[in-house]
Design a protein around this ligand. Structure first.
Ligand SMILES: [Zn+2]
Length: 152
C-alpha cells in the first residue's frame, strides 16, 4: 500500500511538472511574438518616415540592436515589457506560475541590458531604448526622436 501511495504521489508530481512546463511554454510563445511584432512596427514606421541605410539586428554589435544607423553610430532597442521587466507593465504581465523562475530570468535580462548599453556607450555609440508599450502608445514621437538623433 505504501508503495502504491508513493507511485501515485510520483504521478501527481509528474502531472504537475508537465502542467507547469506547458504554462511556461505558453508564456514564452505569447511574449516572443509580441516583441518581434513591435520591433517590426518601429522599423516600418522609420522606413515610412524616410530613414534609410539602417541595419537590423547587426551581429557585429553587442546586443544586436533592433535598428542600427551606421552614419550616426546610433543603436535603437525595443525591449519587450515582459522579458526585460518594464515596471509600468510589471503588474499586468506577472505570470501566475513559476514566478521565481521568471523573476530570475528577467533580472538577468535587465542586468545584461544595462551591460550592453554601457559597453556600446563606452565604444562611442548612441543608444536609444524603448519599451514595447511605448512603441504602441507613442510611435510617432519615437520616430521623430530617432530621426533627430540620426540628423545631428
Ligand atoms: Zn511596458
Amino acid at each position: 500500500m505504501a508503495c502504491e501511495e508513493r507511485k501515485l504521489y510520483g504521478l501527481d508530481r509528474l502531472r504537475e511538472t508537465l502542467v507547469v512546463a506547458e504554462a511556461t511554454a505558453k508564456t514564452m510563445r505569447a511574449n516572443r511574438s509580441e516583441e518581434t511584432g513591435l520591433e517590426l512596427r518601429l522599423r516600418r514606421a522609420l522606413w515610412a518616415a524616410g530613414l534609410r541605410g539602417y541595419r537590423k539586428n547587426d551581429r557585429r554589435l553587442i546586443g544586436k540592436p533592433d535598428v542600427y544607423v551606421p552614419r550616426a553610430r546610433l543603436c535603437v532597442f525595443v525591449h519587450g515589457c515582459f522579458w526585460h521587466g518594464c515596471e509600468r507593465c510589471a503588474r499586468k504581465l506577472k505570470p501566475a506560475t513559476n514566478r521565481a523562475f521568471w523573476e530570475a530570468k528577467i533580472t538577468r535580462n535587465r542586468t545584461r541590458d544595462a551591460e550592453v548599453r554601457s559597453m556600446l556607450e563606452a565604444d562611442g555609440y548612441r543608444v536609444l531604448v524603448y519599451w514595447e508599450c511605448e512603441v504602441k502608445e507613442r510611435l510617432e514621437a519615437i520616430v521623430a526622436e530617432v530621426l533627430t538623433a540620426t540628423a545631428g
